[in-house]
Write a protein of this length. Structure first.
Length: 41
């Protein structure tokens, strides 16, 4: 398994994730499912 390493983003830009990966992925899938018809039209 691979794991995202955000250390470089934190060092260069001060970025820290506000949402856990699984939660963000789940939210993204949910959003696309609810908006797919608009995107395809």
């Amino acid at each position: 398994r691979r794991c995202l390493d955000t250390l470089r983003a934190k060092e260069k830009f001060g970025f820290t994730a506000q949402v856990a990966f699984r939660e963000g992925l789940r939210n993204t899938i949910h959003w696309y499912r609810n908006h797919a018809s608009k995107a395809l039209s």
